[in-house]
Design a protein around this ligand. Structure first.
Ligand code: ATR
Length: 292
C-alpha cells in the first residue's frame, strides 16, 4: 500500500514531487513509508507537471501543503514562491516548497546543499571525535575547496560559508569561479591550477563538477598527487558510488563522503520541513536501499 490509502481522510496533508519525467522517482516510496512510520497524517504523490504556475493555481486548496522540486522545475519553482529563503535565492533554484499554515503563502527553500554539508559534518565529527567541536560546525574555520560553480557548486559554496568555512572556488571557467567567490566572500582559482594550491594541510575538498560521472568513470577533476593535502573529500557525483576521485582520495589517506549521502541527507531535512518531526533515518535509508 504505497500511498497508505486506508489512512487518508479529510485532514490528510497532501505532498508531492513536481517534475517531468517523474515516474522514476523513488520519493513517493520514501516519504509515504516515513510518514506512516512516525504516524504523520500525510500522503506524498508523484506529480507530472508541465507548467508549475498553472499547477499551483489549480491545486491551491489548503490540504496541498508541501512539494519537492526536481528536474526541470527547480528554477520555475523559485519564480512561483511567495517568499524565497535567502540561500535558495542566491543559488537561483529551490528544492522544496512549503505552504505556511497561518497565511497560506508558499515558501521556497533549497535544502540540497544542507544534505551535502550535513554529510561532510558527520564525517568530520566521526574523524575528530564527537566532543571536540561543541555547538560550532566542524567546518568552522576550515579551508573548504569547492570544484565547480554551477548549481551544485553554488549550493556547496554557500553552505560552506554558512558554516564558517573559508571557501575557495575552483572552476574550469575562471570567470564563474570569480563571480561565485565574490558572492560568498571567498577565493577563486582556475581548476587547472588547483593541483598547485596547498596553503595548508588537512583541507576539505568537494567535487561539484560532473567530472567522473558515468559513463566517463576514468575521468577525475584533480590529479591524484594533490589529494594528499586534503583530510576529507566529498564527491557530489554518485553514479558510480565510488568515483575515481574518491578511490584516489581514500588511497591518499583522506576520509571520503559519497554523493549518495547528499541525497539521503537532503531527504531527512525535507521530511523535517514537511512534518516538523525528526526524520526516521534508518527506515528512510532502508527504503531507499530497497528501491535503488
Ligand atoms: P550542476 O547544476 O550539476 O552544478 P552545471 O550547472 O551544468 O551542473 O555545472 C557543471 C559544472 O561542472 C560547472 O562548474 C562546469 O564547469 P564550467 O563552468 O567551466 O562549465 C563543470 N564541468 C563540466 N564538465 C567539466 C569538465 N570536463 N572539466 C571541468 N569542469 C567541468
Amino acid at each position: 500500500d504505497l500511498y497508505n490509502l486506508r489512512h487518508i481522510g479529510v485532514a490528510t496533508k497532501v505532498h508531492g514531487v513536481i517534475g517531468k519525467p517523474i515516474s522514476h522517482s523513488k520519493s513517493p516510496h520514501l516519504y509515504n513509508a516515513a510518514f506512516k512510520s512516525v504516524g504523520f497524517d500525510g500522503v506524498y504523490l508523484p506529480l507530472l507537471v508541465d507548467n508549475v504556475s498553472d499547477f499551483l493555481n489549480t491545486y491551491s486548496s489548503p490540504d496541498f501543503v508541501g512539494y519537492s522540486y526536481t528536474i526541470p522545475h527547480k528554477l520555475d519553482g523559485l519564480r512561483c514562491c511567495d517568499e524565497v529563503d535567502p540561500i535558495a535565492k542566491a543559488i537561483g533554484a529551490i528544492s522544496c516548497m512549503v505552504k505556511r499554515p497561518n497565511d497560506g503563502k508558499l515558501i521556497g527553500y533549497n535544502v540540497d546543499y544542507l544534505g551535502a554539508i550535513a554529510a561532510i559534518e558527520e564525517q568530520l565529527k566521526d574523524s575528530n571525535g564527537r566532543s571536540k567541536s561543541g555547538s560550532r560546525s566542524p567546518l568552522y574555520g576550515k579551508l573548504f575547496v569547492v570544484m565547480g560553480a554551477g548549481g551544485a557548486g553554488k549550493a556547496l559554496a554557500y553552505g560552506g560559508k554558512e558554516k564558517g568555512a573559508r571557501v575557495v572556488v575552483a572552476n574550469r571557467t575562471y570567470a564563474k569561479a570569480k563571480d561565485l567567490a565574490t558572492k560568498v566572500g571567498g577565493e577563486a582559482i582556475p581548476l587547472s591550477e588547483l593541483e598547485k594550491f596547498h596553503p595548508e594541510e588537512g583541507m576539505i575538498l568537494a567535487n561539484a563538477t560532473s567530472v567522473g560521472m558515468k559513463p566517463k568513470v576514468d575521468d577525475t577533476p584533480i590529479p591524484e598527487e594533490a589529494l594528499k593535502h586534503y583530510s576529507l573529500v566529498f564527491d557530489a557525483v554518485y553514479t558510480p558510488k565510488l568515483t575515481r576521485l574518491l578511490r584516489e582520495a581514500q588511497e591518499a589517506g583522506a576520509a571520503i563522503v559519497y554523493g549518495t549521502e547528499m541525497f539521503i541527507n537532503q531527504a531527512f531535512v525535507q521530511f523535517e520541513r514537511f512534518t516538523n518531526l525528526p526524520a526516521p533515518k534508518q527506515l528512510m535509508r532502508d527504503v531507499l536501499a530497497r528501491y535503488t
